[in-house]
Design a protein around this ligand. Structure first.
Ligand SMILES: [Zn+2]
Length: 79
């Protein structure tokens, strides 16, 4: 008895996950840049390697997020 086989992978390239970066908030854009890099980068996919670009993108994301959080807290404090 033949079991059904998985269909062959779709050869069409996938659309970028972070399409429309211009419409994202700075925090969202920073995180999208980090995740898109991690998806595309050979070093990021290899658990035995460290990727300096990914580490820098993560630091940027954290910095942008912390700044946004601080800005919201500053405004909330004045209310
Ligand atoms: Zn990488």
């Amino acid at each position: 008895m033949d079991e059904p086989r998985d269909p062959p992978p779709d050869p069409t390239p996938r659309a970028p996950l972070a399409a429309g970066l211009g419409r994202l908030s700075p925090v969202q854009a920073a995180y999208a840049s980090y995740t898109q890099h991690a998806i595309d980068c050979d070093d990021c996919r290899n658990v035995d390697h460290t990727c300096e670009i990914a580490e820098e993108l993560w630091r940027v994301y954290r910095r942008v997020g912390d700044a946004a959080g601080q800005a919201v807290a500053d405004v909330a404090r004045r209310a």
